[in-house]
Design a protein around this ligand. Sequence first.
Ligand SMILES: NC(=O)c1ccc[n+]([C@@H]2O[C@H](COP(=O)([O-])OP(=O)(O)OC[C@H]3O[C@@H](n4cnc5c(N)ncnc54)[C@H](O)[C@@H]3O)[C@@H](O)[C@H]2O)c1
Ligand SMILES: Cc1c(CN(C)C(=O)CCc2cnc3c(c2)CCC(=O)N3)oc2ccccc12
Length: 264
Amino acid sequence: MTGLMQGKRGLIMGLANDKSLAWGIARKLHEQGAELAFSYQGDALLKRVKPLAESLGSDFLIDCDVSSMDALDTAFATLAERWETIDFVVHAIGFSDKSELRGHYYDTSLDNFLMTMNISAYSLVAVTKRAMPMMSEGGSILTLTYYGAEKVVPHYNVMGVAKAALETSVQYLANDLGPKGIRVNAISAGPVKTLAASGIGDFRYILKWNELNSPLRRNTTIDDVGGAGLYLLSDLSSGVTGEVHHVDSGYHLVGMKQEDAPDI
Ligand SMILES: NC(=O)c1ccc[n+]([C@@H]2O[C@H](COP(=O)([O-])OP(=O)(O)OC[C@H]3O[C@@H](n4cnc5c(N)ncnc54)[C@H](O)[C@@H]3O)[C@@H](O)[C@H]2O)c1
Ligand SMILES: Cc1c(CN(C)C(=O)CCc2cnc3c(c2)CCC(=O)N3)oc2ccccc12
């Protein structure tokens, strides 16, 4: 049977290892017949990303630090050399100085505020600008956000502000690109123990709280995110753009501790 993504190809940005949300998405896309290119952040990550990409039949690896406009120009030129058109881009990138992802938001430095907004929010605009001309047959762009954009999650701090900017950017980009048949959406994922989650104080508490208080009473997996990513990147979501789709076991619905949740 032909897959949902048969004949489709695109770029996955933000794969670091086999715990990455990008990995959950890449696997599902490959299963459904997509052809994949991967961008990674520097040689240190290449040794982990290369074997993962190869396991999905891809030898198309592109070094790209999204804080550099030259690197973005070079990355998309390399992409266009081999593939004249692409059907999708996954933007699974976010970063802040972890010393400011604890304590008070009012202690956020200007430097880290700007760096965090650049990498975690502006980079989607910069990527979209460069992907657009390659999506002459239309396309789908997907980014990853978190509930901390909508409501205060203690210590998510400047990342929450950046994700709020990212989510509104999704709306403005969707409106700009709609006439070109390019859709732009976000998945708001529940907490998942990834590289970007390690080094966060009391992450185990956040995971446990979500497990005990989400409607599904379980944490989110990268396969949960992969399935929803496949939907948003495929023609099944042809009428969907500018959307933030929660893949969080329903946690965003909850306004108070569940009765059956033990104290943790
Ligand atoms: N893990 C979670 O709990 C969770 C929940 C919701 C949303 N998210 C978001 O999902 C996305 C993917 O994160 P993840 O949890 O899979 O962790 P991850 O560490 O596996 O992925 C983050 C990626 O961002 C890349 N990156 C950081 N700075 C970069 C730069 N300047 N240029 C290029 N790449 C850069 C890293 O190399 C890494 O591959 C992020 O946007 C994150 O904010 C994560
Ligand atoms: C959930 C959750 C996350 C996971 N998540 C949704 C994220 O978006 C990850 C954000 C993040 C951004 N930059 C860095 C790190 C994490 C740690 C390593 C590093 O050096 N920089 O991070 C939190 C930080 C504080 C509170 C909750 C969370």
